[in-house]
Ligand binder design. Structure first.
Ligand code: MN
Length: 482
């Protein structure tokens, strides 16, 4: 098994919309196409009526430069746009304006990389800027459709396409890679990846010596790991029966969670690329690149380092927190409101993650706020509740969104520091355990048994410091009376 896994090759092609732009890539139609009546967010340029001329969105180039630099890409000196010709209703012009990577053309940038947590380098072959096609809706499922609807509102929205080398060795690595990429893009603020359809992924996978299978249009990053795991199992089982894998393109059905063959590829499709004569070559000036660099926000890697220094977090905790910008922001707010940032980090990186994994939820699905975490952290720091009780409160808080202090009061989980109460309990425990008391008088170490009995009698609600003091007082009284 592990031998075969070592020979798996996975490559990804990620399309990501620059949703932070006000307008589309080549015209002034709004980039914000969602929730508009079909075919109302269009103009002659994005649907390509005769005589219309594209004009490159300067801000899109700016954002793409930011992404390229953050992903360690080399920017091309002179970028060209090409027409990718094809006939399909999602592109009314019958071509897509994109950037070609062969035969003299140059993409936006080449030779980038991302490091995984293990330090492994995933090479990014190229990155390009292109326009999104229209959105097609099928009447019914893929195989029984009779009608197809087309909505051009999305046509012309700016996309960046990032293509990895086949360096990924498992579906899990693919997921980790996508999480890293997502976090970087989110930190840059160029795209809201939470928006429906803002990121799409194609994946190709081949087993040892096998042919390459491409899985198209995986709608969310979470589905990528599933789709790849399915493909891996499917290909292995065919291979073990002596059936060879066809080079083909498959579709991921995220409802049935299987891949379905779309077409078996005989050869590469010929898109007849040719230069887009309506657009001039793009040359990024040194000044422009300098401006982008100086505007670059803090990236996950830098934030991880800062979290360790500023909040005294462990490297592991900081690493988990920056995996999602939303979580990292949530942590910083919690740290602002609480006395112990390190504790807040640990609740979010360990306990919260465990809960989310088990419940199959995301932080955004919960209704808790940073103030919830801060209050819980402070209650533990102030010894208002025991650590064990805090875990109970934490889970209840995630489920009900009630504030931790009110949960503690409702459930009677607050620590009792009242000396009189602790004295009474201690006396009772001493009476019930005369032998242990004698042992403790002789040997300091035996005191833990008595403390344990006190905790047990009060379900851990007694303040340990108070209990410790009272037990010692009572023991020395016993000693002096002997
Ligand atoms: Mn593309």
């Amino acid at each position: 098994m592990s031998d075969e896994v070592g020979k798996i090759k996975i490559g990804l092609e990620v399309h990501c919309q620059l949703t932070s732009l006000a307008t589309k890539l080549f015209c002034s139609s709004p980039a914000d196409y969602r929730e508009r009546p079909p075919n109302t967010n269009i103009c002659p340029v994005c649907i390509g009526t005769p005589g219309s001329l594209p004009a490159l969105n300067r801000k899109a180039v700016y954002y793409a430069t930011m992404v390229a630099l953050a992903l360690n890409f080399k920017l091309s000196d002179r970028m060209l746009f090409f027409r990718k010709n094809y006939f399909y209703p999602d592109m009314s012009k019958n071509f897509q304006i994109t950037q070609y990577d062969r035969a003299g053309g140059v993409p936006f940038a080449t030779d980038g990389y991302i490091h995984l947590d293990s330090g492994k380098k995933i090479r990014l072959g190229r990155m390009q800027l292109e326009e999104d096609p229209a959105k097609l809706s099928y009447d019914g499922t893929i195989d029984s459709s009779t009608k197809t609807f087309v909505d051009y509102n999305r046509a012309g929205v700016a996309l960046i396409e990032i293509v990895t080398e086949p360096d990924l060795k498992s579906p899990r690595e693919a997921r980790e890679f996508l999480n890293k990429l997502t976090s970087i893009v989110e930190h840059l603020g160029v795209s809201d990846l939470g928006l429906e359809g803002s990121v799409r992924c194609d994946a190709n996978i081949s087993l040892a010596g096998g042919r390459r299978v491409e899985v198209k249009n995986i709608s969310s990053f979470k589905e990528v790991e599933r789709a790849l795991s399915f493909e891996m199992t499917r290909q292995k089982s065919l291979t073990s029966k002596g059936i060879s894998i066809a080079q083909e393109t498959r579709h991921w059905d995220d409802v049935r969670r299987i891949t379905i063959s779309l077409r078996v590829k005989e050869e590469e499709q010929d898109y007849r690329y040719f230069p887009e004569a309506d657009l001039v070559p793009v040359v990024l000036s040194k000044g422009f690149i300098k401006d982008v660099k100086s505007d670059m926000p803090e990236l996950p890697k830098e934030r991880e380092r800062r979290f360790q220094q500023e909040y005294n977090l462990s490297g592991e905790t900081a690493q988990v927190l920056v995996k999602e910008k939303g979580l990292a922001d949530f942590f910083e707010d919690s740290a602002k409101y609480s006395k112990n940032a390190r504790e807040a980090g640990s609740w979010l990186a360990v306990d919260l993650q465990a809960f989310l994994n088990e419940a199959g939820k995301e932080l955004a699905d919960l209704e808790i706020t940073p103030k919830h975490i801060a209050e819980l952290v402070d209650m533990v720091s102030n010894a208002e509740v025991s650590r064990g009780a805090a875990k109970t409160i934490f889970l209840e808080m995630l489920k009900t969104s009630k504030m931790p202090r009110s949960i503690a009061e409702e459930k009677g989980l607050k620590v009792i520091a009242d000396s009189k109460f602790v004295e009474d309990v201690t006396e009772k425990v001493f009476k019930e355990n005369p032998k242990a008391v004698q042992d403790a008088v002789k040997d300091e170490k035996a005191i833990n048994f008595l403390l344990g009995q006190i905790m047990r009698a009060t379900r851990g609600r007694v303040d340990p410091a108070v209990a410790n003091r009272i037990v010692r007082e009572k023991l020395s009284a016993v000693k002096s009376s002997e």
